[in-house]
Design a protein around this ligand. Structure first.
Ligand SMILES: C[C@H](O)CC(=O)SCCNC(=O)CCNC(=O)[C@H](O)C(C)(C)COP(=O)(O)OP(=O)(O)OC[C@H]1O[C@@H](n2cnc3c(N)ncnc32)[C@H](O)[C@@H]1OP(=O)(O)O
Length: 721
């Protein structure tokens, strides 16, 4: 079907329908067709009023985001579009009404705001999420939304990018009427005709002033918002550009504000942040598309009943994620006491959601009723999928999987949540390697949005497809990865803590290192993270990595010393930091002697030689370039299907800043050549020692640096599937 709009005149009302599946996004052709039809309707003497709606039950999800990838400078958006909105939608001779169902987001919401009134159906979302894409609203949203709902709420909606539902929109005056879906068009037409007949006021949002706070109050709101934005997103310029556009309009009027919005939009669109966030938008949606699996005509089988083995922190979190979306869960434990503890954890996960207002008490009870406890395998014949989350002991897991093969149906998926053990080993005592797969959740499993799906060379495509589908059902973003120690996320991130520990051994202050990395945009620095995870857990994971990749590891003595001294981090109240009763961290005076001991053991600080003078940028590069190097190995070995999958995994699994586009996107902005040269420099500095291998650039990175190829290009045609 050709994208565009259609125009139909019915009893004096011109109905213009946006048509561009799946979300009626505003491709330039759709906009041009919209304005042509609006002009035609405005000029038609048979037309008294205009209704704008969207095809297939969806109004519009905004400007076509693909355009941002195809052209530079903000997808070709310029002031002519805003002029057209004013002339033919908002202030033409005939009134316009938006008939909105499901969603009016970004440019879609701005189009609705330009209309003289809005009617919607129950469940519809309204929002201006442009900041999530590193731009600002560009079709008048910075001017019309504050005038429609007041500055305070409008600023909140734009800065958080969070849509609101129709009930809130109605309360705020953003929507005039909420009607059942079958009555949407009729209600919109009647409202439009009433306006044309002068029975209802015709509102032009751009020129309203009644909802705007008085100037002094408005400026105070904006000043507060600026301070908040600078604090919460200190590396980001576009939220401030958005506030600039809003403020200009408040001070100089809506029409002048539109001009300023155009300038601020262009400035935001020129930043790398915008490119990075658009990349993440599409990368996140493409992790579900795996060549050879999702395009081969296979159909995913429904997964309704899941067995979770182990009711510990991970198992209970996984069970919670499943019952939250309506699945039935069989939770198996080894004895009654552990089973009750596991069920209690699920209960408290649900209670915490109720407390936060994220679900009703009734819904929590219904979710809990979907969990059934088990102490043996007698009910396992009824489950579609098993997720094993027992302790990390390979023999135990092998026995469990042998039992599972006997107890489950011949088509059940047998998955393990191991984060360290080779999946082939887990299934070694079974004869069904095609049904065995890794489902690696991140803690807390019911909250963290990523699921690493680990295929072995023998996992069947059907099982991969089913697990991808399962991931979507439980609202996780899947990343399909190959079987290796650490899989993608933990493997790529092992040099992160190790490099940070090396810097401490070289004489740098750990708190300065944490500040540098948090300043880069990570949710916290490596030492604060180590305290959160627990030094004992870190040491255990680290040992696996050191065994698998001994030629490129730096054994972090300081972590071993913390474990030896029972300073495990947050859970013991003391680690790199000390913690008060409210778990607030502050520098730990007990750390200094351990640091001293670690430095002595490492031999990286020479007597009387001061520590190297490293800038904040040097610290960031010293820590992240080895991470990029490992990421390149993961791409080279086809552990991920595509480089963009690694970006998504890093953002969602490790909190790598999305506005930097993920690890490899960021590395490409920095340049493979620069990264390679710096790594070579450090490898040279540590030549002849065990550290040389830690920095040595891998073959893939070297080849990209030499040829000028982007690291994200991957290895074409080498998919393992
Ligand atoms: C000038 C203006 O101010 C600038 C703008 O308007 S910028 C755009 C602002 N709009 C947005 O940010 C909305 C982005 N979209 C979304 O949040 C979600 O896609 C949604 C809530 C609309 C639907 O979510 P959901 O049902 O989970 O489906 P989802 O998989 O995300 O999207 C379905 C498809 O629509 C595509 N899509 C969604 N919004 C799109 C858009 N604005 N442009 C182009 N494609 C879009 C997705 O890429 C996806 O394509 P695929 O099937 O080929 O992967």
């Amino acid at each position: 079907m050709q994208r565009g709009t259609t125009l139909e005149v019915q009893a004096g009302v011109a109905v213009i329908t946006l048509r561009n599946p799946p979300v009626n996004s505003l491709h330039p052709e759709v906009l041009s067709s919209l304005f042509n039809h609006a002009r035609q309707a405005q000029a038609d003497s048979n037309v008294r009023a205009i209704v704008i709606t969207g095809a297939d039950g969806r109004f519009c999800a905004g400007f076509d985001i693909n355009q941002f990838q195809q052209s530079s400078g903000g997808g070709g958006i310029d002031n002519r579009i805003n002029d057209a909105f004013c002339e033919v939608i908002e202030s033409g001779p005939k009134p316009t009404v938006a008939a909105v169902s499901t969603m009016a987001l970004g440019g879609g919401c701005e189009l609705a705001l330009a209309c003289n009134a809005r009617v919607c159906t129950p469940g519809t979302s309204f929002g201006l999420p442009e900041l999530q894409l590193g731009i600002i609203p560009g079709f008048g949203g910075t001017q019309r939304l504050p005038r429609a709902v007041g500055l305070q709420k409008a600023v909140e909606m734009m800065l958080t990018s969070k849509p609101i539902k129709e009930a809130a929109a109605k309360k705020l005056g953003l929507v005039d009427e909420v009607v059942p879906p079958g009555q949407l068009l009729e209600a919109a037409k009647n409202l439009a005709l009433d306006m044309a007949a002068g029975k209802r006021a015709r509102v032009q949002s751009l020129y309203r002033t009644d909802r705007l706070e008085p100037l002094g109050e408005a400026l105070a709101v904006l000043q507060f918002a600026r301070a908040q934005a600078a604090k919460q997103a200190r590396n980001l310029k576009h939220p401030l550009l958005c506030l600039d556009a809003i403020q200009y309009g408040v001070e100089h009027g809506g029409r002048a504000g539109l001009q300023k919005e155009g300038e601020c939009f262009a400035a935001a669109a020129a930043l790398d942040t915008h490119k990075a966030l658009v990349h993440i938008f599409f990368a996140q949606r493409s992790t579900k598309k795996i060549k050879g699996v999702t395009d081969g005509g296979l159909r995913p089988r429904p997964i309704k009943r899941v067995a979770v083995l182990g009711g510990g922190l991970m198992g209970s979190g996984i069970a919670t994620a499943c019952v939250l979306v309506g699945m039935e869960v069989l939770l198996k434990e080894v004895n009654q006491k552990f089973l009750e503890a596991g069920l209690g954890r699920i209960q408290s996960n649900l209670a915490s959601r109720v407390k936060k207002g994220r679900m009703s008490e009734q819904a929590a009870q219904a979710a809990m009723a979907r969990v059934k406890g088990a102490l043996d395998y007698s009910d396992f014949g009824s489950v579609d999928m098993v997720i094993e989350a027992a302790i990390e002991d390979v023999r135990l897991k092998q026995d469990i999987f042998a039992d599972l093969e006997r107890a489950c149906r011949k088509d059940a998926i047998l998955s393990t949540n191991t984060s360290t053990i080779n999946i082939d080993l887990v299934g070694a005592k079974t004869s069904c390697p095609d049904r065995i797969i890794g489902a690696h959740f991140f803690s807390p499993a019911h909250v963290m949005p990523l699921l690493e799906i680990v295929r072995t060379d023998r996992t069947s495509k059907q099982v991969i497809l089913d697990t991808l589908e399962f991931s979507g059902k439980i609202k996780k973003t899947p990343v399909l990865v190959g079987n290796c120690t650490g899989f993608a996320v933990n493997r790529v991130f092992f040099p992160y803590t190790q490099a940070a520990c090396m810097l401490v051994d070289m004489g740098l202050d750990p708190y300065r290192i944490d500040a540098a990395i948090a300043g880069f945009g990570m949710p916290m620095g490596p030492f604060r993270l180590s305290d959160l995870v627990g030094a004992d857990v870190g040491l255990h994971v680290g040992k696996n990595v050191i065994e698998s990749y001994p030629e490129r590891c730096y054994p972090a003595r300081i972590i071993q010393l913390l474990v030896d001294n029972k300073r495990l981090g947050e859970k013991t109240g003391s680690g790199f930091y000390k913690y008060d009763a409210r778990r607030r961290a502050s520098p730990n005076p007990e750390l200094a002697p351990l640091v001293e001991q670690s430095r002595k053991g490492s031999g990286l600080m020479k007597q009387g030689v001061p520590p190297p003078k490293l800038s904040t940028q040097d610290i960031v590069e010293f820590i992240f370039f080895p991470v990029v190097n490992e990421g390149c190995r993961v791409i080279d070995e086809c552990i991920v299907d595509k480089a963009a999958d690694l970006d998504v995994a890093m953002v969602m699994g490790m909190g790598f800043p999305a506005y930097r586009g993920g690890l490899i996107f960021w590395a490409d902005l920095v340049g493979a050549d620069h990264i390679c040269k710096r790594l070579e420099g450090w490898a040279q500095q540590f030549r002849g020692t065990a550290l040389e291998g830690f920095f040595k650039p891998c073959a893939y990175l070297q080849a990209c640096a030499r040829s000028g190829t982007k690291l994200s290009a991957g290895k074409a045609g080498t998919s393992r599937l």
